[in-house]
Write a protein that binds this ligand. Structure first.
Ligand code: HEM
Length: 125
């Protein structure tokens, strides 16, 4: 499946459920919990959802509101080591398992998350 077709298949609803399932795990996580803004988790959830929606063929809300994603730059203020990367991917893998998106969508999203998470490591061991 083409990246740009994904929004047409799972819509706001699919991305919304996925990202909610991810953020539900964040507050109690010993590595990621302290990194995310406690007073604006709903905002963080919306930013990731809007980014994914725009990246996979939906409305470009993220770019309209935040500008170019520049994800490496936006993560520079967080120390992303390999443990944080592994944990982020563990939580997202669980979220994908729980959300049960159509297999052809799931098969695009899993490797996408791995590739971006690898790119975001800014404190290699
Ligand atoms: C590698 C491990 C990662 C860590 C530790 C991490 C951590 C964080 C933290 C602490 C924030 C701030 C939350 C907020 O206020 O928005 C954030 C924002 C964000 N992250 Fe990550 N992240 C990781 C991987 C990823 C991946 C793989 C993606 C995309 C597939 C991603 C996309 C985003 C986006 C779009 C934002 C909002 C940026 C903004 O507009 O300011 N992150 N991340």
């Amino acid at each position: 499946m083409n990246d740009q077709e994904i929004y047409g298949v799972i819509g706001e609803e699919g991305f919304g459920r996925l990202v909610a399932a991810f953020y539900r795990q964040v507050p109690s996580d010993d590595i990621l919990g302290p990194m995310y803004p406690k007073d604006d988790l709903a905002g963080a959830e919306r930013r990731l959802r809007d980014f994914l929606v725009g990246r996979f063929g939906g409305p470009p809300r993220y770019v309209e509101e935040r500008g170019h994603p520049a994800l490496r730059m936006r993560h520079a203020k967080f120390a992303v080591g390999t443990a944080a990367r592994e944990r982020w991917l563990t939580l997202m893998t669980r979220a994908l398992d729980e959300t049960g998106l159509p297999p052809e969508v799931d098969a695009v999203l899993r490797p996408f998350f791995v590739a971006v998470a690898n790119m975001l490591v800014n404190r290699p061991d």
